[in-house]
Design a protein. Structure first.
Length: 335
């Protein structure tokens, strides 16, 4: 049984420039995930359910667990002394870690994706993205350090808190999964070099908003529902409402996750830096594809910390089909 720590050390030769720092950084995320796992599993017994009464910068009600997870991860990352700052979905602005100006990395994160599902005991997750800072070490980080395209990611991953807690990550050398054993307090290797199955047969989208989708997405959904034995259609519809959980299922079983633009969110709803980029990096490393409907997600140049984007991710052939329908039906989401 190989632990996460042992696996990272074993693979450290892939990053001779990191001198153990990347190992320590992922270990900090691992520690934060353990704390979040512990408290999620007793969420009904302590006062961390429901909303906090505060809205985040996107105008969404912040759940108590959002704030909790954000604070725990922030503390774990700062304590290592190698992260100069973070940007989080739960923070209005990026956060400079005072006293850690020599840190070589910045981390962008969605501390608790799908947190509204906690009240009904549905899987949620943590998403993280790691970059080398652009500005010189020894100075405070600036916005430029966080505004890098996804192609510059050093590592990315997620933790899914479900029937078991799993940490899945990539450093550009495959996608690897570790399952948490609470009796030992260790993440143990459960799958090495994960890959999407050759053919997907599941599509994940909130069809309740069908009338608000762009014409190309509507046509694609109808395509998914058509009978075609050669293409193994109709596809199965599965939607959890937590990006991490939906992505994880599709990675294991084969499928596509779709969150297009709508009349309410003409630029999409998911955040490019905290959600789309890290998931796109993982998808490509697992042999899949991620797109905004026309462009490769990892090549998009961020314009703002909380920038949103339409998001289509999963088996390459399925994402190719979405892009084709979007090209053939250029009409935007109805208003």
């Amino acid at each position: 049984m190989k632990t996460l720590g042992e696996f990272i050390v074993e693979k450290q030769h892939d990053f001779p420039h990191a001198t153990g720092e990347l190992t320590a950084l992922i270990s900090a995320i691992k520690l934060g995930a353990k704390v979040i796992h512990r408290d999620i599993n007793k969420a009904g017994l302590v006062d961390i359910l429901g909303t906090s009464g505060v809205e985040n910068i996107q105008g969404e009600q912040q759940m108590k667990l959002d704030w909790f997870a954000n604070e725990k991860l922030k503390a774990a990352l700062k304590a290592r002394g190698i992260v100069a700052g973070i940007a989080s979905e739960e923070e209005d602005e990026f956060v400079i870690f005072e006293g850690v100006e020599d840190g070589k990395y910045v981390v962008l994160m969605d501390p608790l994706d799908g947190s509204s599902n906690i009240d009904v005991n549905v899987s949620v997750g943590t998403i993280f993205s790691i970059y080398h800072r652009i500005t010189p070490a020894g100075t405070p980080v600036i916005e430029e350090d966080f505004m890098q395209p996804g192609t510059q990611q050093v590592a990315a991953g997620y933790v899914v808190y479900g029937s078991s807690t799993m940490l899945v990550y990539t450093t550009g050398h495959g996608v690897h999964a570790f399952t948490y054993d609470p009796s030992l307090g260790l993440f143990c290797l459960s799958q090495e070099r994960m890959a999407f199955p050759p053919q997907g047969n599941t599509y994940s989208i909130n069809e309740g908003y069908y009338s608000r989708f762009p014409k190309g997405v509507k046509r694609y959904i109808k395509f998914c529902q058509e009978d075609d034995e050669a293409s193994r259609r109709p596809y199965t519809s599965r939607y959890i409402g937590s990006l991490v959980a939906d992505f994880h299922r599709n990675l294991l079983k084969g499928g596509i996750y779709l969150y297009p633009s709508t009349a309410q969110y003409p630029k999409g709803k998911l955040r490019l830096l905290y959600e789309c980029n890290p998931m796109a990096f993982l998808a490509e490393q697992a042999g899949g594809k991620a797109s905004d409907g026309a462009n490769r997600i990892l090549e998009l140049k961020p314009q703002s910390i909380h920038q949103r984007s339409p998001f289509f991710v999963g088996n390459t052939a399925m994402v190719d089909d979405v892009e084709r329908f979007m090209r053939e039906n250029p009409e935007q989401a109805p208003r």
